[in-house]
Write a protein that binds this ligand. Structure first.
Ligand SMILES: [Zn+2]
Length: 159
């Protein structure tokens, strides 16, 4: 069997599904679709909520496998699991365990994704108050760090 990476698995994000209304603020569970179209796997997944004083709220999944709280769930081997369960099962991220080329590609993708976020996109989901600016600063820092890592790795290859 080919080596599987967490990066390639079908995944769902509780924050996105909450924003899209799939996860309702007071629900104990939600029907989650993993994948697209007729092949999609549909499962009832328990959810957890937290309400912040500033009016913002957060929803997480309970991992059906380990019962731990998780923002991301993925499908591997027909089972729905969190990242920790996958790591325990030996499924790693390409950035950490891939070949040199795979790691470089994954760093490049991360830089591109951060640039796209800074250019708009998902930042507009939370336009409320100072939070957008705060998030922007976090993203800019992440981008700078990712670019530095990328440059370091390029130098390593040349050496
Ligand atoms: Zn788990």
């Amino acid at each position: 069997m080919a080596r599987a990476y967490q990066d390639d698995l079908v995944s769902v994000n509780s924050a996105r599904l909450r924003a899209e209304g799939v996860i309702k603020p007071d629900a104990v569970s939600a029907t989650i679709r993993f994948g697209e179209g007729a092949d999609a796997l549909k499962r009832e997944v328990r959810v957890w909520h937290r309400q912040f004083r500033n009016g913002r709220a957060q929803s997480l999944f309970y991992c059906p496998h380990c019962q731990g709280k998780a923002q991301i769930l993925k499908v591997y081997d027909g089972r729905i699991q969190c990242r920790n369960c996958l790591r325990r099962a030996g499924v790693q991220f390409r950035a950490a365990y891939g070949t040199r080329e795979e790691r470089a590609q994954s760093r490049e993708k991360r830089v591109e994704a951060l640039k796209a976020k800074l250019a708009g996109g998902s930042l507009r989901v939370h336009p409320r108050g100072g939070r957008g600016i705060e998030r922007r600063r976090e993203l800019e820092l992440s981008l700078r760090r990712a670019e530095i890592r990328q440059r370091e790795k390029l130098l390593e290859v040349e050496r």
